[in-house]
Ligand binder design. Structure first.
Ligand SMILES: Cc1cc2nc3c(=O)[nH]c(=O)nc-3n(C[C@H](O)[C@H](O)[C@H](O)COP(=O)(O)OP(=O)(O)OC[C@H]3O[C@@H](n4cnc5c(N)ncnc54)[C@H](O)[C@@H]3O)c2cc1C
Length: 401
């Protein structure tokens, strides 16, 4: 049985790995000409995704590439006194198994895990999928597949071809996100430097093994801004406007906008679809159920979704009419929970009032100052997201020996 997967980031390679382990023949088509190695941002693997990575035998590589971010210094806008936070305690309290890793490192690790058993086609994209499984591409000749899976992210091409325009399914949660790569001039090592104000949060971090750093910008906007998805100069202008006068550190990071080799800007939107499957096609990861980039634990969700989809297809002997609904049932609660958690994380990370700004800094300091037991208990009580990521249960789908 031949399965085509569109997208080679997180969900795509994990799905390809498990499908081949279950005996399916897999082709992955990726629009980028090579596996992405520049830019990218830190993402989280929580317990269920760590368990799946362990089953794939890649956990030592994930650990080796962990960002190692263990301290956070928070400046509240208008106050000169920084608050120091022990992030390792916060991470320890939010999940009993958690790693932060750069997304590009993670996709390389997952890609390497099955690269010899999967046909990877870079630099191409699907242009049409017919109900009988004939697939057309921008460059390659048409080919026939039994099933097609869109693992091509929040702005999924497969979803657009099969379900229609993204605007029908996306819901703006009132915030924007920007990331840029910049020199690690302050030599940040294992540290996140944050400036938090009402409606805006900016941070910079360096990963242990990366020469450069990343600056992350989150800001609120009641309405969607007038800006085309590909209009980079306008996006940079909006970012400068949103963070104007926040702090000299933030001005320095924004100065890098003209020189950065990698820049990302997008609204924070959630996808809400009644179903992710139609005929022989289904969606996995951000393509089907992104709860909101940077706020919803979507990387873990993508790993879990890919594992479950492959497992349900194996369980149903490749019968997609049974497997796709089973996959959707198994994921529905995780997806709903992640959406709700994302809204509450966004509210905490980009406070709407001065009280929220102080609450974020003082709350984080309090938790990191408490001994592990009480700190963990307090965080579990206050964080929906932590409870959700810890409690996600996933069936076991052992592949044949
Ligand atoms: C700035 C930012 C910060 C984030 N921070 C966090 C975080 O802190 N924690 C967290 O857990 N998650 C975070 N995320 C989310 C995380 O990156 C995604 O949830 C995760 O990468 C989802 O993986 P995916 O494979 O579903 O999709 P993506 O990683 O989006 O991958 C989609 C892949 O499909 C490819 N593609 C796109 N179009 C086509 C096409 N037409 N044909 C073929 N291939 C195509 C893309 O090139 C890409 O390789 C963040 C995201 C962003 C943007």
């Amino acid at each position: 049985m031949r399965i085509l997967v569109s997208g080679a980031s997180v969900a795509g390679p994990v799905l390809a790995y498990w499908l081949t382990r279950h005996g399916f023949e897999v082709t992955v088509v990726e629009r980028a000409s090579v596996l992405r190695k520049t830019g990218g941002h830190a993402v989280d693997l929580f317990r269920p995704a760590m368990d799946i990575s362990e089953k794939m035998g890649v956990l030592p590589r994930v650990e080796e590439r962990a960002t190692g971010t263990s301290r956070m210094t928070v400046y509240r806008e208008g106050s000169r006194r920084p608050v120091g936070v022990d992030l390792s305690k916060i991470f320890g309290a939010t999940s009993d198994r958690h790693f932060e890793v750069m997304r590009d490192d993670l996709s390389e690790i997952f890609y390497d895990a099955a690269r010899d058993d999967v046909e990877y086609v870079f630099g191409d994209s699907i242009t049409a999928i017919s109900p009988d499984g004939e697939v057309r591409f921008e460059n390659a000749a048409p080919r026939r597949f039994d099933l097609v899976v869109g693992a091509d992210g929040l702005h999924s091409n497969v979803r657009r071809l099969v379900f229609g325009e993204e605007s029908r399914f996306s819901s703006f949660i009132g915030a924007y996100l920007g990331v840029l790569t910049l020199p690690n001039a302050s030599g940040l090592d294992g540290e996140l430097l944050m400036h938090v104000g009402v409606g805006r949060t900016a941070g910079m971090y360096g990963a242990r093994h990366l020469g450069e750093a990343r600056a992350l910008f989150l800001f609120r906007s009641e309405r969607e801004l007038d800006c085309h998805h590909h209009d980079v100069p306008r996006q940079k202008e909006l970012l400068r406007g949103a963070f104007d006068g926040m702090h000299p550190d933030v001005d320095r990071w924004l100065d890098e906008l003209d020189r950065t080799p990698a820049f990302y800007f997008d609204s924070i939107t959630q996808l809400r679809m009644d179903t992710w499957s139609r005929g022989r096609v289904t969606l996995v990861g951000d393509a089907g159920y992104c709860p909101g980039p940077a706020v919803g634990g979507s990387t873990s969700l993508a790993v879990v979704g890919a594992y479950v989809l492959a497992g349900e297809l194996a369980r149903a002997g490749g019968d997609h009419e049974r497997a796709f609904p089973a996959y959707e049932r198994a994921m529905a609660e995780h997806v709903r929970g992640s959406r709700a958690a994302a809204l509450s994380v966004a509210k905490t990370l980009i406070p709407t009032s001065r009280l929220g700004v102080s609450g974020l800094a003082q709350g984080a300091r309090l938790i990191s100052a408490l001994p592990a037991g009480p700190g963990r208990a307090l965080l579990r009580l206050t964080s929906k997201s932590a409870r959700l990521h810890n409690s996600m249960t996933v069936d076991d789908y052992p592949p044949p020996p």
